[in-house]
Design a binder for this molecule. Sequence first.
Ligand SMILES: Cc1ncc(COP(=O)(O)O)c(C=O)c1O
Length: 354
Amino acid sequence: MTMSGNGDFTKRCHAFFEQRYGFRKCLLCTSGTDALEMCAMLCELKPGDEVIVPSYTFVSSAIAFLREGARVVFADSGKENPNMTVETIAPLITERTKVIVVVHYAGIACDMDSIMALAERHGLLVVEDAAHSIDSFYRGKPLGGIGHLGAFSFHETKNINCGEGGMLVVNDERFVRRSEILWEKGTNRAEFYRGMVNKYGWCDIGSSFLPSEFNAAFLWAQLEQLDDIQGKRKRIWDIYDKALRGKVEEMGIQLPMIPDYATNNGHMYYLVCPSLDFRTKLMGWLKEQGVQTTFHYLPLHSSAYYKDLFKGEPLVNCDHYGDCLVRLPLFYELTDEQAEKIAQLVVEGVRTKV
Ligand SMILES: Cc1ncc(COP(=O)(O)O)c(C=O)c1O
């Protein structure tokens, strides 16, 4: 039995995703970051090429493309939720733009029809950073399966995980063969295993992107229970939403907005507070009650690494989410009673303590 990579469990995981979601080709990776690095390599960027990335995201959405020599151009989020929109992307397109990287924040889809149409008008590739987006859909299409390439994360913080892990999804036939070669350290070993060539060798750049069978087996156990996991997470999400909607907005709190075209995959429940000070006080008060909440991304355009390089217009929505967004606990073992209690404490905190 293989313990390294591309063994039985890896193949089972690939087949599961390809059959359940109709993805053209899936390749498990050692992280979501690695899957994004493979996307960037497949885009064949040249120095001077520009890649549009939201600023309100994890650093991997940007560094994968920076490492390939591209210039990253940061886009603002929309007002309704942290996703980029056509309005925030379009003004950033120049003749050097090659790729748009969309992040479906909290597993809620970006408006992909309008983004794909914009990309097509300008001859651009679209990479979906679907790190949060397992089992979530845009107008019935699975996220990660709409752009030319997609990247999932199976990091411990995600709905299903193998400690560290990820997956590349190749939706455009042009990239299928090369993706397997990059995945297997620049060799055509996958073709050799399929009996298509009688020996394998070095034919391109690449790296060791494939995870061991231990990780794949750990992930597989959750894929067998995916509907249960998703059901439980969405149930907790619904408890929060039912308890909070209509009770906290008058205090200036914005709750998650799921557009008609998107589904909710129960990845995250968040509140957007009216100010940084409000968020700090609310988080502090909840902590005193024994509830651990967390804020999320620090905008990339004002990070220590990038702030002197950033030359764009202010990204006001992104800064607002950076200062004001707070996430409530959401994990499989959380009971309904605990979720109800947390929601009650949030209402109490928002109304009387902050
Ligand atoms: C939006 C986004 N993209 C990419 C990643 C990177 O994934 P990983 O931690 O599996 O490398 C993360 C973080 O987990 C993320 O939140």
